[in-house]
Write a protein of this length. Sequence first.
Length: 111
Amino acid sequence: MWGDGMTGERLTYKQKFGDYGSCGNFRSLWDEVHALRNRLGKYEDAEWKPVSKYGYPNADDVYRVTVEDVEDKQRYALSSLYKKESGFNVEDYSCFRVIAWKEREKPYEGD
């Protein structure tokens, strides 16, 4: 039964007109709301952090970064090593500027 701490399963499905519906059977409306809030909170915690607002990360690690090409303003998402003393390794390329970063997603652990 949903709402019992099951993880890794979808809580929603996409309806044909683009809205989302709830999957599964919850014991109560409160259990459904609680499960959806927790999943949404985890999603929002993984949002992009603009450098202009949050600065750079506090720890050396590999992060997902959005870079902007300084010439054509195209944006790309990629992984980059960050070290406090030298910044992101993509900044070695003068054509890219890191504009946002976020924690890496955990790898898929199924099958």
